[in-house]
Ligand binder design. Structure first.
Ligand code: CMP
Length: 146
């Protein structure tokens, strides 16, 4: 499979981009740049500025959210929180296997979202899931304290 085919296959598996036709998926690929990381390497670090978001094309990464680890694989995305919120990175994301990702710079991503509102809505859904996960964790923690 050539690079474009691998990229398109990964984007098609991303729930976020599920509603997009091939032309729009090619637009996503065009605004991104392929990057690779070795196992153990940090891709984004907590506290860093949000200069880009990432879509996993292959391999695996883990996000450390307060001692809980979420595995990110082909089709998953990360780094959107700092990009959308204009705040520093919320967590460190580290490759746990050699990782291939599409890196989409913040400016291009903003412009892409403005032209593709269905992707913005999909992203909101995933943010709600993440918020809920944090809320569950807080509830468990507060329940344990009280
Ligand atoms: P950002 O804050 O830019 O950088 C770290 C990323 O980790 C964050 O964006 C999200 O993409 C991801 N992340 C943060 N919290 C969670 C969570 N609770 N579940 C899954 N991913 C998360």
């Amino acid at each position: 499979m050539d690079e474009v085919t691998v990229g398109l296959a990964a984007l098609e598996r991303t729930p976020l981009f599920a509603g997009l036709d091939r032309g729009h998926l090619e637009d996503v690929l065009a605004v991104g740049r392929r990057v690779s990381y070795d196992a153990g390497q940090a891709i984004v670090e907590r506290g860093d500025p949000g200069d880009a978001m990432y879509i996993v094309l292959g391999g695996a990464a883990e996000v450390d959210v307060g001692g809980r680890f979420h595995r990110l694989e082909r089709g998953d995305f990360f780094g959107e929180m700092a990009v959308l919120g204009g705040r520093p990175r919320e967590a460190t994301v580290r490759a746990v296997e050699p990782l291939e990702a599409l890196r989409i710079p913040a400016d291009e991503f903003h412009a892409f979202l403005a032209g593709n509102p269905q992707v913005a809505v999909g992203m909101l859904k995933s943010l709600v899931d993440r918020l809920r996960e944090v809320q569950d964790r807080l509830d468990t923690w507060i329940g344990g304290v009280w």
